[in-house]
Design a protein around this ligand. Structure first.
Ligand code: AMP
Length: 545
């Protein structure tokens, strides 16, 4: 017997319909790329998104076409996503921090037909467009008054372009498994791989992100997504906020400490999400300039491991709850969040921070396990490392055009490429990327844990750990440090600082100080480049043993 409930395809546009109907006046505030703050609401955004749909159709964009966006978080970028999915086309976010040739490669792989871009990126677009023949039209997210001279033949200012539509249009309907969005993985090794979200996966992901032990957003929140829409599906925030009826505060192109502080306070932001680097910049700004965060209640921190000092400073100094989260482009992207279960109630001080260092537990609709290299389950004892594997309705089942097939097994598990341990309460902690973990004498050393401890030293600005070849132990850790401005820490001092925090055989064999640590386009430490840089470096212990 079948249930007698309605067929109601889970389409992304239903989320905006809901916000426009039940939260029509809720604000969407943006720092525009042109400069001034811009204010609108869900009702008006929906009306404009319908115009985007109508206008795209007039440009010949149809079901299944890929429409690229190279843009900051603003109301225009947000409404474009809905306009694109409203006719069954696919938003394809491009990361401007990638090398131009890599962006061109990605656009060609996706065969993008139309491109929305911000003013900031016009020079970049001018350089790459000749290499991407599939793009027929470029829409510049500005008005006629701000439209600059450009060598792009068919570039049109956005406001004039949608001004040609009257908005008398209805969203198209189709199967909920239809593709809605595309985002390429950061590609720290090999070529980037395309992840293709569906309408259904985006809607389900928003519902899982809404849960109180996930992001727990409500209509009372004012949300500042500092994480760009082009990073890992924008952490789902473009769907989660309208679903909750939360107000959106878009930071535009400015993510430095002073700008983030200004927008957090003037717009009374209650909730924000960003990678650790952004928060480090904000906290360093506050340390120098002073200031309080009276409205901010919660921050979600992920994308790389959140240093303990960030959690501690937010919680103890500013009274802001930190939710450490882990996820991946392939997971839409949320995988786990570190909210506290009653088992951990009453913890304080270092014991509480020990838990908060973990990446947390998965919400409903994410299955998770750790295995050895032979796919056997590993125990959940909070210390045994294993390969982290996941499954769920918002997890990729393949990459675009079948790339990376070896990461998916016959039972539907996706091998994340991360190494982690799980504890008895179901809390996961990432210890490394599989390719970064240091194998010393047959045992594994977590580079992430060492890095997090090292940045706890008051003179250390940033730290990275890599494994170097060692004649006796196979590999041994080298700690690479960028000192804080004006500080000159001594090697011995840092080793002494670490000595009571880790077991002896985890101690770095050497420390080097550098001016800069290389990062990927999504702000992660680029270990491949670092390993290359220190390939011929002689560890002092290599000679001794
Ligand atoms: P991306 O798809 O660019 O978001 O990258 C996903 C990868 O970032 C994951 O597989 C992890 O290696 C890393 N990552 C994300 N969040 C965290 C976190 N909280 N702690 C440690 N690594 C993380």
């Amino acid at each position: 017997m079948q249930g007698l409930m309605q067929e109601w395809p889970l389409l992304c546009t239903k989320v905006l319909d809901h916000a426009a109907t039940f939260h029509p006046e809720r604000e969407i505030v943006s720092r525009s790329v042109e400069g001034p703050m811009h204010r609108t609401n869900y009702r008006d955004i929906r009306a404009r998104a319908l115009k985007v749909s109508q206008r795209l159709e007039r440009n010949g964009i149809a079901l299944g076409d890929r429409v690229a966006t190279l843009a900051w978080n603003t109301w225009r970028h947000f409404e474009c996503w809905y306009g694109i999915v409203g006719i069954g086309a696919i938003y394809h976010t491009l990361n401007p921090r990638l090398f131009p040739d890599q962006i061109a490669w990605i656009m060609n792989d996706a065969e993008d037909k139309l491109l929305f871009t911000d003013l900031t990126f016009l020079p970049l677009v001018e350089a790459i467009l000749p290499k991407v023949p599939s793009v027929e039209t470029v829409i510049v997210l500005t008005d006629a008054a701000h439209m600059p001279e450009t060598s792009i033949a068919n570039a049109v200012p956005y406001e004039e372009w949608i001004g040609e539509a009257d908005g008398d249009f209805a969203w198209k309907t189709f199967d909920e498994n239809t593709a809605a969005g595309m985002c390429y993985t950061s590609g720290t090794t090999g070529m980037p791989k395309g992840v293709v979200y569906s309408h259904r996966s985006n809607v389900l992901h928003s519902m899982l992100a809404q849960q109180p032990d996930a992001m727990g957003l409500s209509a009372r929140d004012r949300v500042l997504p500092i994480v760009p829409l082009f990073h890992a599906n924008g952490w789902g925030i473009a769907f989660t906020c309208p679903m909750a009826g939360a107000a959106l505060v878009m930071p535009g192109a400015k993510m430095d400490g002073a700008s983030v502080y200004e927008i957090l306070t003037t717009e009374k932001v209650t909730f924000s999400a960003a990678v650790p680097t952004v928060w480090l910049m904000l906290l360093q700004y506050l340390e120098k300039e002073g200031g309080e965060l009276p409205d901010l209640k919660k921050v979600v921190i992920g994308g790389s491991a959140c240093p303990r000092i960030v959690t501690q400073t937010f919680e103890e100094r500013y009274g802001v709850e930190v939710i450490h989260a882990w996820g991946m482009t392939e997971m839409s992207p949320l995988g786990s969040l570190c909210t506290l279960k009653p088992e951990y109630a009453g913890l304080t001080g270092e014991a509480l921070l020990d838990v908060k260092d973990k990446q947390g537990h998965p919400p409903f609709a994410v299955e998770m396990k750790i295995t050895d290299d032979e796919n056997r389950d590993r125990p959940w004892d909070g210390k045994t490392f294993g390969r982290l594997k996941v499954r769920g309705p918002a997890v990729a089942r393949a990459y675009y055009k079948g790339a990376g097939a070896e990461q998916f097994d016959a039972d539907g598990w996706f091998d994340t490429g991360d190494v982690a341990h799980m504890d008895a309460n179901g809390y996961m902690q990432i210890t490394d990327r599989a390719k970064d973990v240091i194998k010393s004498g047959g045992e594994w050393i977590s580079t992430i844990e060492l890095e997090n401890l090292a940045v706890g030293h008051p003179d250390v600005g940033e730290a990275a750990v890599i494994g170097l070849k060692h004649p006796k132990w196979d590999e041994r850790p080298l700690l690479v440090i960028v000192a804080k401005e004006g500080c000159q820490p001594a090697k011995e001092d840092i080793l002494a600082y670490l000595s009571d925090k880790i077991v002896k055989w985890w101690m770095p064999d050497d420390i080097v100080f550098v001016d800069e640590i290389p990062h990927t386009a999504t702000g992660k430490i680029q270990k491949i480049t670092l390993r290359e840089q220190f390939r011929d470096y002689q560890l002092p212990t290599a000679a001794e043993d």
